[in-house]
Design a protein around this ligand. Sequence first.
Ligand code: 6R9
Length: 654
Amino acid sequence: MSNQIDHLLTENRRFAPSPEFAADAVATAELYAQADADREAFWAEQARALHWHTPFTQVLDWSNPPFAQWFADGELNVAYNCLDRHVEAGNGDRVALLWEGEPGDSRRVTYAELTDEVKRVANVLTGLGVEAGDRVAIYLPMIPEAIAAMLAVARLGAIHSVIFGGFSADSLRTRIDDAGAKVVITSDGGYRKGRVSPLKPAVDQALADRGNGPQATVEHVLVVRRTENEVGWTEGRDLWWHDAVAEASADHTAQPFPAENPLFILYTSGTTGKPKGILHTSGGYLTQAAFTNRVVHDIHSETDVFWCTADIGWITGHSYVTYGPLANGATQVLYEGTPDAPHPGRWWELVEKYGVTILYTAPTAIRSFMKLGREIPNRFDLSSLRLLGSVGEPINPEAWMWYRHVIGADATPIVDTWWQTETGSIMVSALPGVTETKPGSAQVPIPGISIDVVEDAGEHVGNGNGGLLVITKPWPSMLRGIWGDPDRFVETYWEKFQDKGYYFAGDGARLDDDGDIWFLGRVDDVMNVSGHRLSTTEIESALVGNEAVAEAAVVGASDETTGQAVVAFVIVKQSYLNEHSPEGLADGLRKWVGEQIGPIARPRDVYIVGELPKTRSGKIMRRLLRDVAEGREVGDTTTLADTAVMSVISAQVK
Ligand code: 6R9
C-alpha cells in the first residue's frame, strides 16, 4: 500500500470543467452552501422532487441511533414514482429502456409500456398471495422483465431480494432461506458469452436441497421465457411469466406506503462467511438515488441516453439502473451480455448505436479495455459521450487518463464515485461542471453528506494523512439494518466509533493537501474483485468443504485487470497429495470454489503449501500471505508462532 500512496502523491494533473459543460450542468456550487446552511432542509427539498401521497412533516428522526428514520410520517409508492407519474405527466411515449440482448435482438420499452407491464405483474404477484412486507427473490438476467419484476414487488410494498445470476444454487438457497422468500422470479436462462446460461435448474436445485422444513417458504416460481432451453417443471409451483402476465389485468392502482417501508434486501459479503442482507427502505433511499443520479450523472431526462453497465444483482444496478434513472424519467440502455461477446468492441458498438451520452462503469472494465488496446474503441463513433463515471473500486490514475483520453476524447468530465451497498447511493464524488477533477481521487462528499478520515481513536487525521473513512452524520439512503440481525448491524458498522456515533465504512483513505479524498482499498478481510465484494472467510469455508483440503487461507492480491484477485493457500491432506499432482489439485479446487459460490469467486491462483502462517493465538496472518501473493518481500514475521514458516511457503510458491 505504501507504494500506491507514494505513487498517488505524485499525481498532480487537474481538469477544470469546461464553461460549456458548466453552463448546462444540473449541479451547481450553491448546492454545497445550501446543504451546509441546513442539512435537513436540503434533503427535505430533494425528497419533494418525488411524489408523496401523504407529504412528510418530519425529516430525520435520529432519536434511537444507529436506527435512523427519514421522512417517517410521509407516504409514497416507489413504483408510482418511477412509472405512473411520468405517464400522467404526458411522457408515456418516452423510451425508458433501450434493451439489447447479447445475440443482437433488441427492444424499446416506453414508460407507458413498462407501467402497463408492471401493473400486470403486480396483479400476478397479488394472485400468488404476495402482500406488503413479503419477500420475493429475483434471479434473472439483464432483461426488461428484471426491472419490471423489481418494480412490481415495490409497487405492492413487498421486499425484493435480487440475487446475481452468476451465483450458484447453494448461494441462492442461503439467500432465499435467510429472507424467507415466498416467490422466486427467474427465467429459463440468459445469454452469456455466446451461449445459453441456464438459470431455472439452479432455482430447482436450491429449492430441492432445502427439503420441506419450516424454512421452506417458497410457494411459487414465476419463470420468464428468454432462451427457450428445456426446463424442469414442478406443477402447481411453477408458472410461466408470459402466460400469467398476458392473462392479468392491466388495472392496478398504486397504494401509498410509509417512507420507512422496506424496499429491498441485498446480500453482500462481510468479514465472516455468512453474507449480510443489507436492508433498504423507501423514501430516503429513492430520494438520494434520484438526487445523485441527477447531479452526479448530470441527467437531462429529455435528451440524455444513460448507460450504467452494472448488473441489477449489485447495488449499482439497483440505484443507477432501476431506481435513480426511472425516478428521474430518464432513457437508458440495458444490455444483457458480456463486454466481449460476440466481439471485443461490443460496448462501443452499443454506445454508437444508441447514442449513449453518459456512461457509468467500473475500473476493472476500463482496465480490461486498456489491455486490449485503443484500436478497438477507436473503430466506433463515441462522439455522443459527454460524461463518464466510475464506481466499484479505486481507479488508478493511468486508467482514469485512458478513460478520458480514449473514450472521452480528452473532453468529457469523469466522476469517480465512492459508495457502498450499505450507503445505498453515491456519497463521495466530484460534481460535473463544478469540481476541478484529479485523476485517481474520488475527491469530495456530495452536498448533504458528512464524511471524515480519522485515526483509530476517531480523531480527524488532517490534510496530508491517511486513516479510516467514516460517515459522521446519518444520510437518507443509509442501510436501515441487516436482515434478521440487528446486533450484527451495530457491531459491524457502529461499534468501532461508538463514542463519536460514526459509521465505519471499512475503507482506508487519505486526505491530500486540499482535503480531497483518495481511497486506498478495504482495511478488513473483504476483497474487491472486478468491483464485486467477496469475503476471504466465505471462500476459505468453501475450500475446506472439499474433502481433499485440510486448511485454507485466502487473500486478495492486487491484479492489473480485476483490481484484486483471489489467491488461495491450501494445505491438502497427505492421502490426496500421494495420489494427485499439485497442478491437478489446484485446478480442481479452483473449479470447486466456482461451483460452490459462483465463478466470480474462483481463485486466480491456488498454491498447495505445507503450512500456514499463524500467530500464537492461532489467527492466520493474511498480511504475510498477501506479500507472497503480490511478489513482495515478506513483512514482519515476529508475531508468528513459527517464524520459519514464511520462507518455506515462499519457496513452495516459486
Ligand atoms: C457501489 C459499490 C463497496 C466497496 C467500498 C470500496 C469500494 C466502491 C469506489 C470504491 C474506491 C470508488 N469502492 N466505489 N473504492 N473508489 N469510487 O461498489 O458497492 O459492492 O458494496 O462495494 O467498494 O471499498 O467499500 P459495494
